[in-house]
Design a protein around this ligand. Sequence first.
Ligand SMILES: [Zn+2]
Ligand SMILES: [Zn+2]
Length: 286
Amino acid sequence: MKLKAFDMMQWLQPKRDVCVVCSKMIGRARIQEDVDPFHVKELNKRLCADCVDQIAWIRNVQCMHCGRAQRCPDCLIRSDSALWMNRSAVVYQSAMKEWLHRYKFQGDERLTPILGAMLMPAVERLSAQLIRKENLEDQWRRSKLPALKWLQKTGSACWDGVTSVPVSETRYRERGFNQAEQLARIVSEKAQIPYVELLVRSTHHVDARQSHQGRGARFQGLSSRYHVSVSAINTWLRLKHRNASLKLLLIDDVYTTGNTIHACADAIAEVCPFPVTIASATWARS
Ligand SMILES: [Zn+2]
Ligand SMILES: [Zn+2]
């Protein structure tokens, strides 16, 4: 077989990786230990130490409901949501906004595995909370395993599925991908939890008059934007061979007001024939 000149050049040059974000050569890794072992090590292969340092990890959760690094009034006034809780990986500050912009609006898909891997600490936090919720903490502590690993070992206590917030057809046509689905598929693969396509975003546009309506009415309007197909739920249930309560991870890129995530959770809970614990893992919390 004949090699083309270009391929030959690739062979002859020593392989040195450059940072996906800033294009500098990747040197020694400096990921801090407290965010591992949740698959974050692989960020070292794709990012330089300076860019790794720019990651605005949420280390201290202040709002137990939405996972924000500071107390938030939104969660105090929200009631009756099917969303159990949210955890986010990073604070949505300037560097993180730039990364997401490059991925989502400029279509730089080299960032997909990075943002996906970055979600894993949030999934780990949710897994620890799920263990507490199910009163399994003593058994988990004895195992000395990370929460998600322990859940995987138990099988039945683990998450039953991973799903994502859908985008409208117009957005999908513009970008050519749904960023939330891409991230959810990475989480599904890393966590070994099946990806299930449950939510559909309806095509009707939100009435402009909504901005003049009260808060409650706006939530209602949002909820009707998302639908869950009964057949998708049934297929998922058949796959799981389960007819008891379910545990679902819902993935999105950014949690801002939380209205979208809450509306999606409500739409799922409404159609699901069994009690369902819905937790969201979002890449950033604004
Ligand atoms: Zn860099
Ligand atoms: Zn909150």
